[in-house]
Design a protein around this ligand. Sequence first.
Ligand SMILES: Cc1cc2nc3c(=O)[nH]c(=O)nc-3n(C[C@H](O)[C@H](O)[C@H](O)COP(=O)(O)OP(=O)(O)OC[C@H]3O[C@@H](n4cnc5c(N)ncnc54)[C@H](O)[C@@H]3O)c2cc1C
Length: 665
Amino acid sequence: MEGVVDHLAFERNKAQFDVEEMKIVWAGSRQALEISDKMARLVASDPVFKKDNRAMLDRKELFKNTLRKTAYAWKRIIELRLSEQEAAMLRFFVDQPAFTDLHWGMFVPAIKGQGTEEQQQKWLPLAYKMQIIGCYAQTELGHGSNVQGLETTARFDPKTDEFVIHSPTLTSSKWWPGGLGKVSTHGIVYARLITDGRDYGVHGFIVQLRSLDDHLPLPGITVGDIGMKFGNGAYNSMDNGVLRFDHVRIPRNQMLMRVSQVTREGKYVQSNVPRQLVYGTMVFVRQTIVSDASTAMSRAVCIATRYSAVRRQFGSNNGGIETQVIDYKTQQARLFSLLASAYAFRFVGEWLKWLYMDVMKRLQANDFSTLPEAHACTAGLKSLTTSATADGIEECRKLCGGHGYLCSSGLPELFAVYVPTCTYEGDNTVLLLQVARHLLKTISQLGSGKKPVGTTSYIGRVEQLMRYRSNVQKGEDWLNPNAVLGAFEARAAKKVVLCAQNLSRFTNPEEGFQELSVDLVEAAVAHCQLIVVSKFIEKLQQDIPGKGVKQQLEVLCSIYALSLLCKHLGEFLSTGSINPKQASLANDQLRSLYSQVRPNAVALVDAFNYTDHFLGSVLGRYDGDVYPKLYEEAWKDPLNDSVVPDGYQEYVRPMLKQQLRNARL
Ligand SMILES: Cc1cc2nc3c(=O)[nH]c(=O)nc-3n(C[C@H](O)[C@H](O)[C@H](O)COP(=O)(O)OP(=O)(O)OC[C@H]3O[C@@H](n4cnc5c(N)ncnc54)[C@H](O)[C@@H]3O)c2cc1C
C-alpha cells in the first residue's frame, strides 16, 4: 500500500490468517470490497478531496470547501457513470459531512417511504438529478424527541386547495435540520395537520424553501444556519439550520399522502396502507447508522492499534529497546475489546440489512407481524452501537496517550463528528426506553399465548431461563457459544421479568415506568447486547473461507462476549446467571484470548482496508512512520508561519520590558 519503508512489516509478518480473505469478510463480499477499494483510491488520489488542513479552516472556508467537494464529487459521479452503490461509496470516502448526506439519506427515503406513487414520480426524478436539494425538517427549538409535541401548523384552506404552513411561536422554529441552513431548496417539513376544525397530529409536507433561480428564501420563509458546533472541522461543514414560516402556502398535493390524505373538500382520510409503513424507512435509516458505527469504531481502533505497535514505553534497563505499549495487558484489554466490538457491529449491521429486506418483503405481502419487533430491535441496536462507538473513539484517543489529543491524530475530529449520532435519529436513552416498553409488552402477552418473534423469541422460554444456571466449569467452557448465549439470555430475561414484577406493584403503570426507567434502560441494554452477541455467533456458523480467518473471528467473538460479561458482572451475578467462580474463569479466559489476538492485531485492522487518506491520522499511518510525520505536521501549523508570533510587540515585549515599582508581587 502507501509508503516505501514499512515500519510495521514485522507485525504484519506475525499474522496467522489470510488478510486478503478477511478484507472480503469485512466488506461483505468480494464485489463490495472491489467497489469500496476502487472508490477509496479514487478519492485518496484526487487533490480536491484533500482534508488534512480541515481543522484549521474557519467556518466560511470550511463550508465553501465542502460545497466544492460535493459539487466535484457529483461531477465525477456523472463523468465516471458510477452506479448508485459506487456513488454512495465515493461520497462516503470523501468523508466530510454535507447537505448531500441528508438529501440522499433522509429526503429521498422519506419521499420513497411516505409519498404516493404519483408524488414519487413527480419528486424523485428531480431529487435523483439534484435539480432540487432536500432536507428533513422535523426537530424544533422546543421539541425533538417528543415528535407529537411539535408546534408548526399546516392548516388546510379549502377555498384555495392549499395548506398554510406557519410557525406560531418561537419554540416552533425548525432547529437542527442538516442542509437546511444554507443549501436546501426543499424540505420535508413536519407540521400539525389541521383541517375540518380538527388537529390530526404531525404529518410530513414537501415545502419549497428557496428559489430555484437565485436561491433566495421564498416569501414568508426565514432561514439560516444555527451556528458553530462541537470541535474543529468535524460537523461544522454541515449547515444545520433554523426555519420559520409566516403563513406559507403550498398546494394540497404536497402533503405526503401514502398513509393518510386530505381530500379536496378538506376531509381527513386514512388510506388502506397501514401506518406501520413508515417503520420501513426508519429501519432503513437506523440500519445504515449501525453500519456507520462499525466504520467509525474500526477507524479509531485501526489508528490506536497501529500506533500502539509503534509506541514504546519502559521495559528497558540498559538502554536497549523498550516495550511496545500494545504488549501491556491493560492496553490489550482496552484495545482488543474495541477491536472485537468493531467486528461485532459490522456483522450485526450486515444482519440488519437482511432484516430490512425481510421487513420490506413482508410489508408488500401485508404481513405486519414482525414489524414492532424489527422496529424495537433497530432502535435498540442504533442506541447500543452508537453509544459504544462514541465511548470507544474517546478510549482510542486515550490509548494513544498525549499524541492522541493532537488533531493530526485524526481522533479529535472523528470524535466530534461522531458523538451527535447518540442524539440524532432518536436520543439513545429515549430509544432504549422504547425497547423496554416493547420487552414489557412481549412478556405481558405471553399469558395470552402470543409467541415472541425474531430477536425476542428467547423470551418465549422465560420459565426455563428463570431457572438457568450456567454449567461452565473451566475457562475453555466459555469458548462454547452455548455457554455464552445461555448466560446472556438468562441475564436479559431475568432483568426484564424483574422490571415487570416491580412495575406490577404500581397502581399507575405510567408512573411505575417513569420510576423504574433506570432499570428498564439496563434491561434494554442487556437485551441489545444479547442480539449483537447472538448475531456474531450466527455469523460464525456460516462457511467462512480463508486460512485462519474463521479462527480469528471466533477469538474476537469470545472477546466481545466475555469483555461485556466482565464489564456487567454485577448483573450476571445478581441475576444468578453465573456464579463468582464462573466469573473468575471468564476473566482468566479473556486474558488468554488477548494473547491470541496480539500477534494478529495489526493484520486485523489492515483487513478494514482503509487508505491513509480516509484514516486522516498521522498515528494510524499504514507504514507506521509516525515520528517524522508528526514532527513535519507541527511545522505546518499557521502559528509557525513566523518565528516571532503576531502580538509579540503589542503584548509580550511590553510585559518583559516593564519596570515594576508599585506591584505587590
Ligand atoms: C448534529 C445533529 C444533526 C441533526 N439533524 C437533524 C435533521 O437533519 N433533522 C431534524 O429534524 N433533526 C435533526 N437533529 C435533531 C435531533 O434529531 C434531536 O436533537 C434529537 O431527536 C433529540 O431530541 P432533543 O434535542 O429534543 O433532545 P431532548 O429530548 O430534549 O433530550 C434532552 C435529554 O432529555 C432526555 N429525555 C427526553 N425525553 C425523555 C424521556 N421520555 N424519558 C427519559 N429521558 C428523556 C434525553 O435522554 C436527553 O438526555 C439533529 C441533531 C444534531 C445534534
